[in-house]
Design a protein around this ligand. Structure first.
Ligand SMILES: N[C@@H](CCC[C@H](N)C(=O)O)C(=O)O
Length: 258
């Protein structure tokens, strides 16, 4: 049987997308998902996303990491699925959709998608690092010489060594000359560095504000794959109205047989 798929990227975090409103995708097949995401033997992507019907909202996002297993919230994937829903005519400019961590509001203007993230109530301080959940778990650590930093080696060490079986995504961050922050992320479930991670960018913006590294509530974060902006409100350590904003684009369309 032939299935049409679409490929999207959000600041270089790339995803294979299926319109699964007819429920034809065999989503329990971990090996199939992993093989589609494989960069040598498959289409190649950091993750796979299904757009499904939802009873209460415009649509449901089901997200799998490149290892084939269902993941926690994906911020860039969330922005990409909004662009996909817009392309399919499922939504107009504004939407509310359901994801693994709850409801998300979003809007789209041209290629730019602004996605509301869940409130963050707790930022844990660790030795030289922070740990917070922005829909996915994130370790945030400031480093020097980010460009030459060994993200894969140190990310894997922390992901397995400090966070055990469940693991965490690991973000390294440094001030940049434009007054914002540069980020590089080791992603759990991809088990490699990706060009961008939306929930990681969100964690970095909140974390830098928490540490007093910025006083701004609109924070520019530069990932290897592109620029993102995070805006939020904060009161007594509660972060609300958090928006992740940046480009999300369709790259190509194809057909898969399995
Ligand atoms: N790329 C994502 C993060 C995806 C979730 C993650 N890999 C996990 O399951 O821990 C993003 O843009 O947020």
């Amino acid at each position: 049987m032939k299935y049409t798929f679409y490929k999207y990227q959000g600041t270089g975090n790339d995803f294979v997308m299926f319109d699964n409103r007819k429920n034809h995708f065999p989503k329990d097949d971990v090996r199939l998902v992993a093989s589609i995401c494989h960069r040598r033997f498959g289409v190649g992507s950091d993750g796979l996303i299904l757009l499904e019907d939802d009873e209460n909202t415009d649509f449901k996002m089901v997200y799998f990491n490149a290892d084939g297993k269902e993941g926690s919230m994906c911020g860039n994937g969330g922005r990409c699925i909004v662009a996909f829903a817009h392309f399919l005519g499922v939504i107009k400019k504004k939407t509310i959709f359901t994801a693994v961590d709850g409801l998300h509001e979003a809007n789209i203007k041209g290629d730019v998608v602004s996605l509301k993230m869940l409130d963050v109530q707790e930022i844990k301080e660790k030795q030289n690092a922070l740990y917070l959940n922005t829909g996915s778990p994130h370790h945030v650590q400031m480093v020097k010489e980010l460009k030459s930093f060994n993200v894969v080696k140190e990310g894997a060490r922390l992901r397995y060594g400090v966070y055990g079986e469940k693991g965490s995504n690991i973000n390294f961050v440094e001030f940049n000359k434009s007054g914002g922050f540069d980020i590089r992320t080791y992603e759990r479930g991809v088990e490699d560095e990706t060009l961008s991670c939306g929930t990681g960018v969100t964690a970095v913006a909140l974390g830098m504000y928490h540490l007093g590294k910025t006083k701004e509530k609109i924070v520019a974060v530069k990932a290897i794959g592109g620029d993102l902006e995070v805006s939020f409100e904060e009161q007594n350590g509660l972060y609300s109205n958090i928006y992740l904003r940046g480009e999300a684009k369709q790259v190509f369309k194809g057909e898969l047989t399995w």
